[in-house]
Ligand binder design. Structure first.
Ligand code: GAL
Length: 388
């Protein structure tokens, strides 16, 4: 049995039975853990805010995911490289304690209630002003002081490949109006990870949910992502001010370092500080307007395709969202101890956060992020893997 098949059968055993609680590691899982392919679920068992945390394994074909209900975070995502070697393509930690004590990275998390930034940490809805927590200079970022990344979700394994997570964000939490019931379903298909979101509220509110996985398609902790190829299906992006709030303008990417309409290395133009937007972002940290969402007819265009230069792993991102935040790891400082004894570092991962545009609640020209009582918010994103 090769390493990958071995891992898969180990996880199949560990993941059976639709358990509500994290499974106990089987002998096979323990061996996979000892081989450094998966974190130990025992290290994720804890009580946070009076609620139980754990680690859940999903398995389908050659793919394996580990997800914790703390922040609904993708901890591991193991896919085969071009030689069939299992490769963990997301950055993460090997224990719940590290997620709690190194919170600023948002590794693998569902971010909300409003992912990305809201300018001046306030917005008006139906004539009333709401004040939020300033955790990013003058702005609020990724839900505020304690966003959805830092709360314990209720998890239920629906089958070996599906995990449902739910969270009730109470009226007034982090300053946002309305009791918001959120459901996130992670489904591991045979060729990728699908994320389905839905939410309802009992008062009008604003909402922007995304997954904040940090990808390195050569394997987490394997150095720079600057030689990855990236293609973004976006002709326009939303430039920002010096605090990374969109100016409200929409600019073409053509002729700028933001033109990823053809596969291009991430690092080729990332330090082109003659470009003011690159300067403001300290590299790439911008929202791109997805062609799929502005096409006259719905199309099956991806949002993005990224390729690991060393592994040959190709990740194609599909979504129903209008934008994608491409963040190139400019704030990474090499201070985070990753799984399997690896460390992170400056620009050693990238995020492709499918979402609505930053600061939409204050920018009427952007697609609306308002959710009314009685309406249902529904959204999906699919990260599909192949090799070349
Ligand atoms: C990104 C954001 C970056 C940075 C990062 C977390 O979503 O665009 O500016 O805050 O999250 O470090």
């Amino acid at each position: 049995m090769n390493k990958l098949n071995f891992l898969c059968s180990a996880i199949l055993l560990a993941g059976c039975g639709g358990n509500q609680q994290p499974v106990t590691a089987t002998a096979e899982t323990t061996t996979a853990i000892a081989a450094g392919l998966l974190p130990n679920p025992d290290s994720f068992r804890d009580t946070v805010d009076g609620l139980t945390t754990g680690l859940y394994f999903l398995h389908n074909g050659n793919l394996t995911a580990a997800i914790t209900n703390y922040g609904a975070r993708v901890v591991s995502l193991i896919v085969p490289d071009r030689n069939g070697n299992p490769t963990d393509v997301v950055l993460g930690y090997d224990s719940i304690g590290k997620y709690i004590h190194q919170p600023d990275t948002y590794f693998g998390a569902i971010v909300g209630r409003y992912g990305n930034r809201i300018g001046q940490a306030k917005f008006k809805l139906n004539g009333k002003e709401y004040t939020l927590y300033k955790n990013n200079g003058p702005n609020t970022l990724h839900g505020g002081k304690k966003g959805f990344d830092a709360v314990v979700w209720t998890a239920r394994k629906l089958d070996t490949a599906t995990l449902r997570l739910t969270y009730l964000s109470k009226d007034g939490e982090e300053g946002y109006p309305g009791n918001l019931n959120v459901t996130v379903i992670y489904t591991l298909d045979s060729n990728g990870l699908r994320i389905d979101y839905d939410a309802t509220t009992d008062k009008p509110t604003v909402l922007n949910l995304t997954n904040h996985s940090y990808f390195n398609l050569n394997g987490q902790g394997s150095g720079t992502i600057n030689n990855h190829l990236l293609q973004l299906y976006a002709d326009h992006y939303t430039p920002v001010d010096s605090t990374l709030i969109p100016t409200g303008k929409v600019e073409p990417v053509a002729g700028t370092p933001f033109d990823f309409t053809k596969p291009t290395t991430i690092g080729g133009r990332v330090d082109d500080t003659a470009n003011q937007q690159i300067k403001f972002g300290k590299g790439y940290d911008h929202n791109f307007m997805l062609l799929n969402s502005i096409a006259d007819e719905p199309s099956n265009l991806p949002a993005a395709i990224a390729t690991g230069d060393l592994s040959g792993i190709v990740m194609s991102v599909y979504t129903d969202q209008p934008g994608i935040q491409f963040y190139g790891g400019n704030f990474m400082a090499g201070t985070n101890p990753l799984k399997a004894g690896k460390t992170d570092g400056y620009r050693t991962a990238f995020c492709l956060e499918t979402q609505h545009f930053p600061n939409s609640p204050n920018e009427p020209s952007f697609p609306s992020t308002t959710l009314k009582a009685g309406e249902k918010y529904v959204s999906w994103t699919f990260f599909k893997f192949s090799t070349k």
